[in-house]
Design a protein around this ligand. Structure first.
Ligand SMILES: NC(=O)c1ccc[n+]([C@@H]2O[C@H](COP(=O)([O-])OP(=O)(O)OC[C@H]3O[C@@H](n4cnc5c(N)ncnc54)[C@H](OP(=O)(O)O)[C@@H]3O)[C@@H](O)[C@H]2O)c1
Length: 338
């Protein structure tokens, strides 16, 4: 079968499709024939060697895909070849076939296209866990989402706005602001260029934001604290702006400066909270995954939510898909079709 095997870190050109042996499912596992792959920013980071959750090389990257079950390992019951599924994994999805524990193959959503099924798991689970499980969103909350035109960002804006929250999205270009408003945001703010703190203050209204979903880090992370309401909660799910270069000591200093962090003494006066989330742990926690996924699916169906698929590429174009994600020009999810 064909798969992308990462055997050195580097630019998008290291993502080359090769012929590899087809994997066989072991006990409790299923093999899935992949139709579409959902591309994640974490895979850009792992390609560069900057992602802590990546396995040792060589390995096939890829955290999510959709396709059909094509083989069952010993002991798997209640699943069948041909079943359409969404797969979540630590790695392995940049391939024609992937083997995962049966619990990591969730039923695909009927009525969604293959592109949409490849675009929902990571982004919507991340947004849902951050907003609902951690920040404990209430409809009266004023919500701020950073990188709001991106994969996680579009999911978060849709969820918060449909939940009834006045929602503001921030992004790095004026072109993205319309996308954010079209998803239900009351306002959209460009955080690149001078004066963005003033625009943010205006969008915060006198009361400030109750909940912030932050995935950028650096000056964006620092800018949210002055506009946070009392009892406000900031949930950090990423830091896309950090650009660590292994051989550049200045970049180590900048990375250290820009990593999201807070001092308890500065949080206490206005009762502010800082939390962080990584949904990878859900892969090992079947009961929690089942509950959270079930609640998310109920909400998605009730509100007619569909993922924004901003661009599609063929399997051989995976380097182009990564280039687009790094360029900051993408909106919604980037999907690669096998
Ligand atoms: N915690 C978790 O479990 C989890 C799961 C999924 C994703 N994440 C994180 O959530 C964030 C979004 O992930 P995604 O897959 O949905 O990607 P994405 O938002 O579609 O793409 C990344 C976005 O980050 C923004 N960005 C800001 N500074 C950047 C820089 N210096 N270089 C590149 N991009 C920059 C860009 O939007 P603007 O130009 O509009 O700023 C870019 O479009 C990432 O930080 C990712 O690591 C976390």
């Amino acid at each position: 079968m064909r798969a992308i095997v990462l055997n050195r870190h580097g630019g998008p050109e290291v993502l080359r499709v090769r012929d590899v042996r087809e994997p066989e499912p072991g006990a409790g596992e299923v093999r899935v024939r992949v139709q579409c792959i959902g591309v994640n920013y974490a895979e850009v980071l792992s390609r560069k060697g900057l992602y802590g959750w990546a396995p040792a090389m060589p390995y096939t990257p890829g955290m999510e895909a959709t396709g059909t079950i094509d083989a069952l390992g010993p002991g798997v019951e209640g699943r069948a070849a041909g079943e359409r599924v969404i797969v979540g994994a630590q790695y392995g999805a940049y391939a024609e076939k992937i083997v995962v524990p049966e619990r990591q193959a969730l039923p695909a959503i009927a009525g969604f296209s293959a592109d949409e099924n490849a675009a929902i798991a990571v982004n919507y689970l991340t947004a849902w866990v951050a907003l609902m499980e951690m920040a404990r969103l209430r409809p009266a909350d004023r919500v701020l989402v950073t990188a709001a035109a991106g994969g996680v960002g579009t999911a978060a804006v849709q969820i918060a706005a449909r939940f009834g929250c006045a929602t503001v999205g921030m992004a790095g270009s004026d072109e993205k602001l319309e996308t954010i408003r079209a998803l239900g945001a009351e306002e959209a703010v460009n955080y690149r260029g001078s004066g963005f703190e003033a625009r943010l203050r205006e969008a915060a209204r006198p009361g400030g934001f109750d909940v912030v979903l932050e995935v950028v880090g650096g000056e964006v992370f620092r800018a949210v604290w002055p506009v946070l309401a009392p009892f406000g909660r900031v949930v950090v799910a990423g830091f896309a702006s950090l650009a660590l270069q292994r051989w550049n000591p200045l970049s180590w200093l900048r990375t250290w400066r820009d990593l999201p962090r807070a001092d308890l003494r500065s949080l206490a006066p206005a009762s502010h909270g800082l939390m962080a989330t990584h949904i990878g742990y859900l892969l090992d926690d079947s009961p929690r995954l089942a509950r959270v996924w079930g609640e998310l699916m109920t909400f998605v169906a009730a509100h007619g939510i569909r993922p924004v698929v901003g661009a599609t590429f063929s399997f051989d174009e995976m380097p182009e898909a990564h280039r687009l994600m790094e360029s900051r020009a993408s909106t919604g999810k980037i999907v690669v079709r096998i």
